[in-house]
Structure formats: structure tokens, C-alpha cells
Design a protein around this ligand. Sequence first.
Ligand SMILES: Cc1cc2nc3c(=O)[nH]c(=O)nc-3n(C[C@H](O)[C@H](O)[C@H](O)COP(=O)(O)OP(=O)(O)OC[C@H]3O[C@@H](n4cnc5c(N)ncnc54)[C@H](O)[C@@H]3O)c2cc1C
Length: 227
Amino acid sequence: MGKEPLKTVIIGSGPAGYTAAIYAARANLNPVLYTGREPGGQLMITTDVENFPGYPEGIMGPQMMEDLRQQAERFGTAIKYELVDRVDFSGEVKRIFTESGEEIPAHSVIISTGASARWLGIESEQRLANKGVSACAVCDGFFYRGKDVAIVGAGDSACEEALYLSNLCPTVHMLVRRDEMRASAIMQERVLKQENIQVHWNTETEEILGDAEVTGVRRAQQPDPMR
Ligand SMILES: Cc1cc2nc3c(=O)[nH]c(=O)nc-3n(C[C@H](O)[C@H](O)[C@H](O)COP(=O)(O)OP(=O)(O)OC[C@H]3O[C@@H](n4cnc5c(N)ncnc54)[C@H](O)[C@@H]3O)c2cc1C
């Protein structure tokens, strides 16, 4: 006979996963939560979180995630420090396969696998993370109000971040690798219309400058293929 299906499996241990776990546990749904490779999720790599209601002084990301984990465990969430490799949702009972080869049947599965920021992968970016280098304008824009900022990228996310920052910062420099953007036409149009967003075409970001904090960016200008 196969295993008895679990009532609820949660995949992911970021704020969404732990929140789901708190609600599911309190509703007697006996959640089992799989953390994946980043227990605590993206907020484990940040310092101050200032926009979460209920923390007037702000809170350190790792501390917040530790609090959420404890809150989820307090109501009986079982936490498994493992990665879910594969799922099969074709039958009425869902099946989850973990990296260690276990097969878990479950009546319901909550997927909260989040996202991860796409970094440039240069040394100066890591060195200056949380010292002026950020992967989230809505999270960190407030710290840079009144200052000039640079955004690397040309997709929809980059455009959205640029527009958000254009309300807080005098000039937003957008460093675009090619002579065109990947963003949707409407997002490009909004960016190009915004007077304080300056787009630098054919521009590769070579290094982020600064010691204690970011002071600028060194870029390499690519030859313009149109000329
Ligand atoms: C440097 C940095 C600073 C930030 N600062 C702020 C801030 O100040 N304020 C703010 O509001 N937001 C901030 N954010 C954004 C915030 O971290 C995310 O919005 C939030 O973490 C998303 O939560 P989540 O639960 O959806 O997913 P995530 O936090 O992305 O967590 C995803 C989880 O899923 C797990 N997972 C993925 N795949 C699998 C799998 N196959 N099996 C099992 N588990 C899996 C991972 O291990 C991880 O635990 C910041 C992000 C970064 C990178």
C-alpha cells in the first residue's frame, strides 16, 4: 500500500512560503514545508527591511525570516531542508519528488518558489551589495531619494524600476548593452518620454566604483553598429 497523502505541502521558505504555512497550520492542514536551497529565501541576503508593516524601526532580513520560521513551527509546520526536484499534478492526489529521491503524495500543494535577482556577476557588485548596489527599486529606492542613480538592463523590469526611481531621483541613467531594448513597446515609450531618465545605448557596465559605498560606474561604450 502506498503512503497516506499529506494534507498540504508547501514548496519554498521565503515570506510567501512561511505565510502560507502559518495560515495552513492554524487551519489544521498539517503543512509540510520544503525549504529548497535558500532557507528563508531572498531576504536572507539583505540588511534592513523598512517596508514591512509592524516594524517601525525596520528589521534585518535574516531576523525577519527567522521570526517567520518560528511562527510557522509554533503552529506545527514540519520543515524539511530539501529541494523539490519534480512534481506530478496529473492525478487527483498530487505527487512531489524530492532531491533525495523520496516521493510524497499530497492532497494540496502550495508553490511559493519566489524568484531570484539576476546579477551582473562582477566582483564590485558583490563587494558593494547593500552599500549602494540593489536588486529592487521599490525596496531600496527610498534610500537613494535625491541622488542620481544608474540602472543596468533594458527589459520590462529595468523599465519599471527606472520609472519608479524617476519619481525619487533627479536623474536615472539607464545603461543599455545594445542599441535597442528588450522591453515591451509600451514600457520603452514610457521610459523614453520621461525627461529625467537618460538612456545610454551600447553601454556595457564594467565595474561599480566606490570603497565604503557606490560612487559611480565604469562603463565601456560599444561601437554603434548603426554607424
Ligand atoms: C538583496 C535583496 C533585498 C531585498 N529587500 C527587500 C526589502 O527591503 N523589502 C521588500 O519588500 N522586498 C525586498 N526584496 C524582495 C523580497 O526579498 C522578495 O519579494 C521576497 O523574498 C519574495 O518572497 P517569496 O516567498 O515569494 O520568495 P523568495 O524569497 O524568493 O523565496 C523562494 C523560496 O523558494 C525556495 N525554492 C525555490 N525552488 C525550490 C524547489 N524546487 N524546492 C523547494 N524550495 C524551492 C527557495 O529556496 C526559497 O526559500 C529584496 C530582494 C533582494 C534580492
